[in-house]
Design a protein. Structure first.
Ligand SMILES: Cc1cc2nc3c(=O)[nH]c(=O)nc-3n(C[C@H](O)[C@H](O)[C@H](O)COP(=O)(O)OP(=O)(O)OC[C@H]3O[C@@H](n4cnc5c(N)ncnc54)[C@H](O)[C@@H]3O)c2cc1C
Length: 692
């Protein structure tokens, strides 16, 4: 039940720590957090609440998690739960991707904005924020050099409100961002979207359904665009289109009408569907730029900062996240410096670290959408690692980090976790810095959540944990950790370039292979640049590991069952496991026998994980984004039983190798990674699980 808010001038209009302009998800989240932190905060909006907002109403898993953190899930009584995403690729059919999270939080929602925004506002007020609706911010006080308040108009009167921090959460057309000179001159990054509601839609699944891409009116040219059908509940659907080409912006209405007509003509669910209310449209700002999300005293959040996904139009989770981050930044600044305009630079850095790869990928893709869509289209049905990974990174940024490289990592002991967190953030920056310009879609792979909640087993982690065994901090550890991560990614890319089956008729351009080869070359070159910082011997070791990996791969490609053992498993383990363990041990100053033991551990545990991968394949599951049925193969299957036995043998040998390694949190974590039931492939009942 959504209750309107009373409108009146707040009792006091001075003494605020922050003024938040705009009470959408971004502004409400910022005001909520500031209030929780004990700050006096004024939240203003030009509209009265509850108010509608033109939107698809889709909340991804990360949005739901953020809402859970704000304690509002129970209040969203009109929410329709969704379990994943369905992608319908033009002319290629559909694929369903289900969220899977063992803790039960892995779901999305569809919630009409009329309800969502009112609930969020109310939450901010309950936390202590002062809400003032029907009040329009007309200009900033101060300017680009330093903002110290806003001017607000209310019922024909003007109020000058002062505060050390102003949050501009005033949406895609942000007047405040304009006035502060923060709007990108590159206006072409604005898209446009339109939506309408339909009732009496039959058989709606609990999925966010996205249609990619749509064709122009002549039906000859595809546009950088998408359509969606989101279930709102009770046979109602939110249907809409988004278009990321300003040259065609005026065609959004046509695109929408065609999309709806096509659904009515071809989709049985829409046979009896009726429009409920008019179609409405709004701009989508895609010009996120970390250097343009604030000036002293002013922080932009959500749409005002251009934080919208150019692939899916998602913006609510980014608005919530940036609102919370901005509030934290303001609170920290006020605690340290007292009054005075808040410096936005740390907030901008945080946003850059969390978002810039993903958003830049989208921006590049819009600009070069022919390549992006061709690759996506040509590889849509293909679960080769690189393509599945890129598809995931482009279309499902939430949760993309967790499990992207290998499996989730068991939680390390607190003292080890602290060092790992610091080191991984540094490695993430190195990785981001070296791929951002050319292949920004990989920026997020090096990311870690600050609380390490989505830490996954990747070569960099192994190297850092092995280094912790020796206990000495070596300045090279970050560069070499980046090198081994890039080496693994390059390996995935190489694996993904394969001979493509010839189809009848003219041979299609192998966009997938071209892309894989380009990416592999690039990543390998970057990996060697980092390895070179360790000097000749490290480069030689790196080259040796690559040779072993290539030999293993060559044998694998021969598809000879007799070659399935030693060299293939050694090849699989070389870059991702053995090399990082050995290099890490040496960098950490471990004694030679310990370094050798760590390398042996890496070989064995790597072999166990490679066999685990074969188990997954038996189950029809792919770690890289496939969608298999959990439990498709059971322990009774002789092939499963055989593989499980081999996994256990290698895991046992890995644990034996650790005997030489000094006790401590690092050894303890390594031992847990060599457990007989490895975390990914097998559940406690012995069923082979899908990992998507
Ligand atoms: C058609 C369409 C479909 C979309 N579908 C989805 C989807 O399914 N899922 C998703 O995650 N995202 C979607 N988005 C994006 C999403 O709507 C935005 O990213 C999100 O609303 C951003 O939240 P925000 O708080 O930054 O801004 P907004 O939600 O736009 O809120 C801005 C607020 O500021 C107020 N305001 C503006 N100017 C002033 C002023 N001068 N003074 C006072 N108040 C002011 C406005 O009244 C408004 O309440 C869609 C967008 C469009 C256009």
């Amino acid at each position: 039940m959504v209750t309107p808010t009373p409108t009146m001038v707040p009792d006091r209009l001075d003494g605020f720590d922050a003024i938040v302009v705009g009470a959408g998800p971004g502004g409400a989240a910022a005001a909520y957090r500031l209030a929780v932190l004990g700050r006096r905060v004024l939240l203003i909006d030009r509209r009265e609440f509850p108010r509608d907002k033109c939107c698809g109403d889709g909340l991804t898993r990360s949005a739901v998690r953020l809402l859970a953190g704000m304690g509002v899930l129970d209040e969203l009584t009109g929410a329709q739960r969704v379990d994943g995403v369905r992608i319908r690729m033009r002319g290629r059919g559909g694929r369903d991707f289900h969220y899977e999270d063992s803790d039960g939080t892995g779901y999305g929602m569809v919630v009409p904005r009329l309800e969502l925004d009112a609930v969020l506002c109310r939450r901010a007020v309950r936390a202590g924020a002062v809400l003032w609706t029907g009040a329009r911010a007309t200009r900033l006080l101060g300017g680009a050099a330093g903002v110290h308040g806003v001017q607000v108009e209310y019922e024909g009167r003007r109020f000058a409100l002062r505060a050390p921090a102003v949050v501009a959460a005033d949406g895609a057309s942000s007047r405040l961002a304009h006035q502060a000179g923060l709007r990108s001159p590159d206006r072409e990054w604005t898209g446009f979207a339109a939506r309408g509601y339909f009732t009496q839609v039959a058989d709606l699944d609990e999925l966010l359904e996205i249609h990619l891409p749509l064709a122009d009116v002549t039906d000859r040219r595809v546009l950088p665009s998408y359509g969606w059908v989101f279930p709102v509940g009770d046979g109602t659907a939110n249907v809409g289109v988004g278009l990321f080409d300003p040259a065609h912006r005026e065609n959004v209405r046509l695109l929408y009408e065609r999309f709806v007509a096509e659904l009515a003509a071809t989709d049985h669910r829409f046979r009896a569907a009726r429009p409920a209310g008019p179609m409405t449209g709004a701009p989508l700002r895609l010009d996120f730029d970390p250097s343009r999300c604030g000036v002293p005293g002013l922080l932009l959040v959500g749409d005002a900062a251009g934080l919208v996904s150019p692939f899916t139009g998602e913006g609510i989770s980014f608005a919530l996240e940036s609102g919370l981050l901005a509030a934290d930044r303001i609170d920290t600044a006020l605690r340290r410096a007292g009054a005075g305009p808040v410096d936005p630079a740390p907030y901008a850095r945080q946003l850059a670290a969390r978002q810039s790869g993903y958003f830049e990928t989208g921006r590049y893709s819009v600009r070069r959408y022919l390549l992006a869509w061709r690759v996506l289209d040509a590889t849509f049905d293909d679960d080769r690692p690189l393509f599945a990974l890129c598809r995931r990174l482009a279309l499902f940024p939430d949760g993309a980090r967790a499990g992207v490289l290998l499996d989730p990592l068991p939680r390390p002991a607190p003292e080890l976790a602290r060092d790992l967190r610091r080191d991984l953030l540094a490695v993430g920056e190195l990785l981001a810095g070296c791929v951002r310009e050319d292949w920004p879609m990989f920026v997020r792979l090096g990311g870690v959540d600050e609380d390490l909640s989505t830490l996954s087993l990747r070569p960099a982690v192994l190297l850092l944990v092995a280094a912790a065994v020796g206990g000495r901090e070596h300045s090279l550890r970050h560069a070499l950790a980046a090198a081994v991560d890039l080496g693994l990614l390059a390996g995935l890319a190489v694996d993904s370039a394969r001979e493509e089956t010839r189809s009848a008729g003219p041979r299609p351009t192998p966009w997938g292979n071209r892309f894989a080869v380009l990416v592999a070359d690039f990543l390998l070159a970057r990996a060697y640049e980092f390895a070179a910082q360790g000097g000749g011997p490290v480069v030689a070791e790196f080259a040796e590991a690559l040779t072993v990996a290539c030999e293993g791969r060559a044998l694998e490609l021969r598809d000879d069952p007799s070659s399935a053992g030693g060299p293939v498993l050694a090849g699989r383990a070389a870059i991702a496991f053995e090399l990082p363990c050995r290099l890490g041990g040496r960098l950490g100053g471990a004694r030679v026998p310990v370094v050798n033991a760590l390398a042996a551990y890496g070989r064995e545990v790597g072999a166990a994980y490679a066999l685990g991968e074969q188990l997954r394949e038996l189950a029809g599951a792919s770690r890289w984004g496939g969608s298999a049925q959990p439990g498709a193969a059971t322990r009774d299957d002789p092939r499963v039983a055989g593989l499980l036995g081999l996994v256990a043998e290698h895991a046992q040998r890995a644990r034996e190798a650790l005997r030489v390694v000094p006790a401590g949190p690092a050894r303890e974590l390594l031992a847990r990674l060599a457990a007989p039931g490895l975390p990914g492939p097998v559940d406690p009942e012995g069923r082979v699980m899908s990992v998507t």
